[in-house]
Design a protein around this ligand. Sequence first.
Ligand SMILES: *[C@@H]1O[C@H](CO)[C@@H](O)[C@H](O)[C@H]1NC(C)=O
Ligand SMILES: *[C@@H]1O[C@H](CO)[C@@H](O)[C@H](O)[C@H]1NC(C)=O
Ligand SMILES: *[C@@H]1O[C@H](CO)[C@@H](O)[C@H](O)[C@H]1NC(C)=O
Ligand SMILES: *[C@@H]1O[C@H](CO)[C@@H](O)[C@H](O)[C@H]1NC(C)=O
Ligand SMILES: *[C@@H]1O[C@H](CO)[C@@H](O)[C@H](O)[C@H]1NC(C)=O
Ligand SMILES: *[C@@H]1O[C@H](CO)[C@@H](O)[C@H](O)[C@H]1NC(C)=O
Ligand SMILES: *[C@@H]1O[C@H](CO)[C@@H](O)[C@H](O)[C@H]1NC(C)=O
Length: 492
Amino acid sequence: MQFLKATGLLLLLQGALAVNASTVLPSPTNRRLTTLPDIPSPAGPLKPTSHLEPFANVTGSLDDHGVCQCSVYLPDTAFPVDRVERIEILAQQLSVKFDIEISKVSQYTKDIELYEKRILNLTKKIEYLEKTSVSYTELDFQLIRLEIQEMEKLVTQLKVSLSGNNVIVEQLYVEIKNLSLMVTEVESLDKHNILAVRREIASLQRKLQDCEASRNQSTNHYFPPGTCSHGGIVNVSQPYMVQLNWRGFGFKQGGWGRYSSPLAPGKELYWVAPLTSARYIEYYRLHESFDDLLLFKYSKEYRYQYGDGSGAVVYNNFMYFNVYNSRDIGKLDLNTNTLVLRRALPNAAFNNRFSYAGVSWQDLDFAVDENGLWVIYSTEASTGNIVISKINETNLEVIDTWETRQYRPSVSNAFMVCGVLYATRIVNTRKEEIFYTYDTNTRTEGRVSIIIDKMMETIQSADYSPIDRRLYVYNDGYLVRHDLTFQPIIPA
Ligand SMILES: *[C@@H]1O[C@H](CO)[C@@H](O)[C@H](O)[C@H]1NC(C)=O
Ligand SMILES: *[C@@H]1O[C@H](CO)[C@@H](O)[C@H](O)[C@H]1NC(C)=O
Ligand SMILES: *[C@@H]1O[C@H](CO)[C@@H](O)[C@H](O)[C@H]1NC(C)=O
Ligand SMILES: *[C@@H]1O[C@H](CO)[C@@H](O)[C@H](O)[C@H]1NC(C)=O
Ligand SMILES: *[C@@H]1O[C@H](CO)[C@@H](O)[C@H](O)[C@H]1NC(C)=O
Ligand SMILES: *[C@@H]1O[C@H](CO)[C@@H](O)[C@H](O)[C@H]1NC(C)=O
Ligand SMILES: *[C@@H]1O[C@H](CO)[C@@H](O)[C@H](O)[C@H]1NC(C)=O
């Protein structure tokens, strides 16, 4: 604290270099510090522990709602806070004045340079007149006289302003000296290190601002799962490679993901379904935890004959997929591996008619988001453009349908987040780009450019999990995961 106090004195003296002392008057009003909005008045209740180093362990923090907070208690004291505040305000005002004076001086310097040049010109002219034997005309002298008169005028002006400036500077000097004394006096009254405390408050305020600023940046912004009060995806993290699929290198096609259910948000269940013969959903495994998944420890390994393509999802303990060689949606109970329901998706194209670019047999791509179950497909009537349908998972009926203007075979994959379709396209062998969005809430399409780095060439499937807001990617046999960053909605 001794050090802080000394620093405080130094800072205040610096600030005082331009203060008009004659307006510093002690005020009887006991004003509170206004640096932070939530500081209790110095006259307020006294915290018993606040006498010693009240700021030793205060840090800013970020609460559940993303609001930056820190609380500060000021010790009760007879310290003349109001006077210090006045000094600080005046210091600021005088520093502005000081700047003006400085700029004046630099202006005078420029003027003087100009006059020097003019004098040089005049000297040259006179030299010329002296050297040449040509008879001087009355006009030449007249011109020189005029110029000299003008110079005189300017020099007088300059003298006036410079001497005026000297007076101001001298006055400033006296006032500053006086103020330094006052500051020392005030400082000696600072029994409770109020000044040090003030500086600490200022540093805390800076921390709060930093915190606020980082909160404003979309990175690190936290939205609780299930909420859609954000402005959509702004960034996709680097790929986190989980493992090679359990069937090996040969199984480049497939899908995986995390079980999603609003009924049991805490439940962890991972499913992995590498495709047989690059086409069929046949064998799949369920893992009860992420550790189990990493250790290839599975709770169930099932066989079902067959699903088509890698568009399956798991939602509420059922797997939804495209039944082989049909436009039918299959609903598979994961407890018993039995098909509990099968229903045709009206008009859906199938059998690799309008599958994704570089990904075969995925005519029906299922998706789960905060709003429930979706299927992304195409029809002949849509001329191969993407059609999105909201599916009632109980009876597999279509609740609503949206037709986009994006040709499905030119898209490499797609997924849904908060009722918004995100479609990707291939940039090169290492990068994919989310380039197209379709918001079913507003029936509007959009263009974005969010790059997804990939480890292998083809993203065989991409599934969003609303439980943990991650993207589960089956990347040529590798199970890969990405974190998504969402844009905060800026309140209007
Ligand atoms: C200082 O303040 C007093 C009263 O406010 C004012 O009369 C005086 O001109 C000021 N001095 C300067 C140099 O501004
Ligand atoms: C501040 O916190 C540190 C670590 O938590 C502790 O060692 C130290 O004693 C604390 N200081 C005060 C004044 O409470
Ligand atoms: C000095 O003389 C030159 C040439 O006659 C002229 O271009 C210049 O503007 C003059 N400078 C001043 C400051 O009068
Ligand atoms: C110096 O400050 C005192 C009050 O502390 C004031 O009475 C006095 O007029 C000031 N002197 C000048 C030159 O400003
Ligand atoms: C953060 O954003 C809010 C709302 O847009 C704005 O009022 C505030 O000034 C910003 N804060 C910082 C530190 O940028
Ligand atoms: C987006 O994510 C990439 C990959 O993790 C990262 O390098 C980049 O800095 C992020 N960009 C923003 C604006 O957050
Ligand atoms: C889904 O279907 C079930 C059974 O027919 C029905 O009770 C439920 O209301 C439907 N839900 C929606 C959202 O249409």
